[in-house]
Design a protein around this ligand. Structure first.
Ligand code: NAP
Length: 288
């Protein structure tokens, strides 16, 4: 008989996730009777899995592609932040009820703070991508008095995200959207104080790709690559060479994981341990 309870990552695909290593190291260190496992869940299985979780002693779970927004309608409660973002990445189960939250905003806030990012005002922020990660990043910056540009391969998705931001009462930013094919692309990139890659471009195994093809960042620009596998993407390598300041995608992952850990267990984990384990695992993947 197992004497621990499970916490899962559900999504499709999940096989490349390093979350089990990160969380399990922290559960062991904190002497908590939990085990974290990945579970591949197809869209057609989502409802059945959620019903099972409600009664089988599961403590909670993380949610990834493609369920982050789809899951909303099946949850019993949402925190205000999950309602605001319109996506859930963390769920806890209490008395058979599924309670969803979103820890990405905390991950972004703390990664910016770790990098000593300046006071957010009168900045031009350019986000490449309009998927789930771009939604969190744009939500974070939309409250500030900044110019926020969303540039995406499918311009319709950039437009939908922009409209959602514009119509939100808490948005203070001036919002623009563009196609990644825009002839103004270089100008848009050059105008940025902060450039964010919120696409999977450059992610293992396509490590030689970069979203900023034919654009070399300026030394005055901040670069935030959300891709953390490999630890140093091609974009980060180029940005370092150019003397740019960097915000670390792995920090975002670790800080959002730390917040999820707190949501399930009531206490914060050892961030340094989580980061050390993550780096070890990423190096193993890279050397394979
Ligand atoms: P997603 O919801 O699938 O969105 C992907 C976005 O990237 C979409 O805007 C998509 O454009 C664009 N895209 C995909 N392939 C592209 C290509 N070949 N060329 C140009 N654009 C492309 O994924 P997501 O959840 O936002 O995740 C994006 C990346 O962020 C992933 O690598 C993920 O690992 C990373 N991430 C990191 C953290 C962290 O904590 N550091 C957190 C979340 C996500 P279309 O609209 O045209 O499809």
């Amino acid at each position: 008989m197992e004497d621990y309870s499970f916490i899962y990552l559900i999504g499709d695909p999940v096989e490349h996730s390093i979350s089990p290593q990160i969380y399990n190291a922290a559960f062991i260190q904190e002497n908590l009777p939990y085990k974290y496992k990945k579970k591949q869940v197809k869209k057609s299985n989502l409802v059945d899995i959620l019903e099972k979780f409600k009664t089988d002693g599961t403590v909670g779970f993380n949610v990834t592609i493609p369920h982050k927004t789809l899951i909303l309608k099946y949850l019993n409660e949402l925190t205000p932040i999950a309602q605001e973002i319109g996506a859930v990445n963390t769920v806890k189960i209490e008395e058979g009820k599924l309670i969803g939250t979103n820890t990405d905003i905390v991950g972004i806030r703390d990664a910016l703070s770790e990098a000593n990012f300046p006071h957010i005002q009168d900045l031009s922020i350019v986000i490449v991508g309009a998927g789930g990660a771009a939604r969190s990043v744009s939500k974070y910056f939309s409250k500030f008095d900044v110019k926020l540009s969303i540039i995406n391969r499918t311009v319709k998705n950039a437009e939908i995200l922009s409209n959602a931001l514009i119509s939100h009462p808490k948005t203070n930013a001036e919002i623009h959207f563009y196609s990644l094919n825009s002839p103004k692309k270089k100008q848009i990139f050059q105008s940025a104080d902060l450039l964010v890659n919120a696409t999977p471009i450059g992610m293992w195994p396509n490590i030689n790709e970069t979203i900023f093809q034919n654009y070399t960042p300026l030394d005055s620009q901040w670069i935030f690559d959300l891709v953390y596998n490999p630890i140093e993407t091609q974009l980060v390598k180029t940005a370092k060479k150019m003397g740019c300041k960097l915000i670390n995608g792995l920090d975002m992952l670790i800080y959002q994981a730390s917040e999820a850990f707190k949501w399930w267990t009531g206490k914060y984990p050892d961030i340094n341990l989580m980061k050390k384990v993550a780096i070890e695992k990423l190096i193993t993947i890279f050397l394979k």
